[in-house]
Design a protein around this ligand. Structure first.
Ligand code: G6P
Ligand code: MG
Length: 216
């Protein structure tokens, strides 16, 4: 029986993929580097700087560390501008109602995301004050598949990994959960990962009695 649930943000609670794609595309077009949706899929759950390294695999030019930091900042400025389009409408009824029911069932609810924009995104979709704890890109030194972000989330809600379930859409996230000693529920591509505990098709499946029955 779990006591806490740790949710990835992008691709689980809301969908920012297209904004990441547009922001990286603007940068790669400027630099003349090939970039497409398939490469963008490889960036799920991966930190901003590691995402840039994946993107630069296609570059014929070697860039300095200073240039790379500047590129990541440039991408993030575009991304933040795109995020201003997000609003409470970007939180689906299914996600909102499922989160509320999980809270009613007695679970502690936390976020475990690699994104440094987590708080801004939660604010835009109306969940700024909803979660019991937020572990994100601002409090970690290693990104998924390292388990640090989830271990911190578990610590913030005062629960051991074995008492928490991680909900993820990225393979790197399922791997991180596994390495940290967490069970996981995987949506989308993550449902196919060898180490996923519960493959699910929809967010509301978390309410199934085999996954998250009432805590008390
Ligand atoms: C999430 C997304 C990744 C993104 C990472 C860092 O994990 O799935 O695609 O690269 O956050 O996001 P940030 O907002 O800090 O650039
Ligand atoms: Mg994700």
């Amino acid at each position: 029986m779990y006591r806490g649930i740790i949710f990835d943000l992008d691709g689980v609670i809301c969908f920012t993929d297209r904004y990441h794609y547009q922001a990286w595309k603007k940068l790669t077009d400027r630099l003349g580097i090939y970039f497409d949706e398939t490469i963008n899929d490889r960036l799920r759950g991966v930190s901003r700087m590691e995402s840039l390294e994946i993107i630069l695999e296609r570059s014929e030019v070697q860039y300095s560390d200073e240039e790379k930091v500047a590129f990541a900042e440039e991408k993030n400025e575009t991304y933040k501008q795109l995020l201003t389009q997000m609003s409470e409408k970007d939180l689906s009824d299914e996600v909102r109602d499922t989160l509320q029911e999980l809270r009613n069932r007695g679970y502690k609810l936390a976020i475990g995301s690699s994104s440094k924009n987590t708080k801004m995104i939660l604010g835009r979709i109306g969940l700024a004050d909803f979660f019991d704890a937020i572990s994100d890109g601002t409090n970690i030194t290693k990104s998924k598949p390292d388990p640090e972000v989830f271990l911190k989330a578990a610590e913030f809600i005062g629960e051991k990994p074995e008492n928490c379930l991680v909900v993820e859409d990225a393979e790197a996230g399922i791997e991180a959960a596994y390495r940290g000693g967490f069970d996981s529920a995987g949506i989308g591509e993550a449902a196919k990962h060898a180490h996923v505990t519960y493959p699910i098709q929809t967010f509301s499946e978390l309410l199934s009695q085999t996954i998250c029955k009432r805590v008390f």
